[in-house]
Design a protein around this ligand. Sequence first.
Ligand code: ADP
Length: 522
Amino acid sequence: MAGDDFRELMNAMADPLVACDGDECVLYLNPAAERLLGWTLKELRGEPFARLVPERLRTFDGHSFLRYLLGRRRALSGRPVRVFLLRHEGSELEVEVTVGTAMGGGGERIAVVLRRPPELPDYTDEPLERVSSAVHAHAPHPPGSAGERAYQLVFENAPLGLFHFDTAPTIVACNDYFVRIMGSSKRLLIGLNLLTLQDEAILACVRDVLAGRHAYYEGEYRSVTADKLTPVRAHFAPCFGEDGQVEGGVGIVEDVTEQRSAEAERNRLFREAQEAIRVRDDFLTIASHELKTPLTPLSLRLASLERRMERKEPVDPTLLRHARQHLVRLAALINDLLDASRIEAGRLALHFEPMRLDAIVERALTTMDAERGQHRIDYSHPEEGVRIRGDPYRLEQVIANLLENALKYSPADSTVRVTLDVRGDFALLSVSDEGIGIPRDQQEQLFERYFRARNVSITSYGGLGLGLYISRDIVERHGGRIWVESEVGRGATFYVALPLLSAANPTPPEPRPATDSTHQVH
Ligand code: ADP
């Protein structure tokens, strides 16, 4: 501190006073401050001023507390700021402080003048009954009157957080709902000076109220008394005395956690619905293209046939066969669309009967023969027949779809291997190709409606992304399971497991984990 003259001057002052250096370390405190704070000069000298600040308010970085107060002082145009300080024995003390700063020979000096606010009881040391009698002093009815009781009841039971503050501005009353929102206790909240809060938006509201204006706050609020983060909406209003002066304010706080989560849920559903609409729109575009594709070659061939017949020329049977192939393709696409919508509506009928799976595989292979082009198809199966209970028509559809995909997504001169086997209580069919394969992250999605792998362009392969969706529904309704193992560029193997006729309600085998996805194809 400066010279002894000043020290004596400070000692003579009745107001408690603390002097600090520019780093907010204590240089000196006068006897009045020693008495008020219970600390001696010896104990505090050189210590940061923040040692006098309760932990819960010490979100400042320790050294910037006084600067924070200096900032507040400017905001309040010089009015004292009410804060809590820690007495030596640990109790909290509410004081009004005025902070000033000046440059001296030894650098910056900060003077802190402390004053006990005479009008407020020391809430922190008082039992709650005393606190509430202090609250009564602010209530609009005389203590104990019927009006006062009614006011108290409304205040306490309102389904919103309510609090009342004076011009300091210190909270003088709050209801339980408010305490719950803040997550702390009345003891900590009542007596809290709102200017010690960190939230600039709240401070702006408080300032507005003290200036006689209403204010509104909405956002995530972190309570200083319990460090609880809550999304809130708060309305603030000034309270005017009879002389028209602002006597303080009230705050109405609403915890909007539930509304927020309901809103988040609504947004999520909305986004999902939008996504579903987008997927459906994309699908309609793709489906229209797919359905149109066979029409052009079909009509060309029919026109050519018509011309020949008009000229009485001999009709080339290949023309007719090609025309029919395009019609069959069109019919298959339409059937897939119909089946998918039947599945959606829960109306895809299956007709179960004892049947031989090997016979159905052979039938699918024979039908496919015309389409296999230069592909080699290897088929292996057990000597004896494989008997299951199933819908032969629908299972042929499943097998045909797997074979078509294997041909469609693999090079023309490669081999497709079809294997039928018996594993425990199950018939296990696999269709393996040497084609483009399927990225791992898409292997589950393949079986979803409309799913077409992203690496497959529309024009090169065609397809509606419905075949595997329909196949999975059919296989699972047989009590079976369908899955794929694949690596990009190394082909894909689709497996279908179906319960044997002899088996009673067996559990379908688990697909092997994806890491095991070795291939029969090499
Ligand atoms: P699509 O009619 O489009 O082929 P599917 O439901 O049968 O519809 O197949 C869905 C998607 O799965 C296909 O678009 C393709 O990307 C992928 N896929 C199916 N089988 C194979 C396979 N054997 N090899 C590589 N990708 C395949």
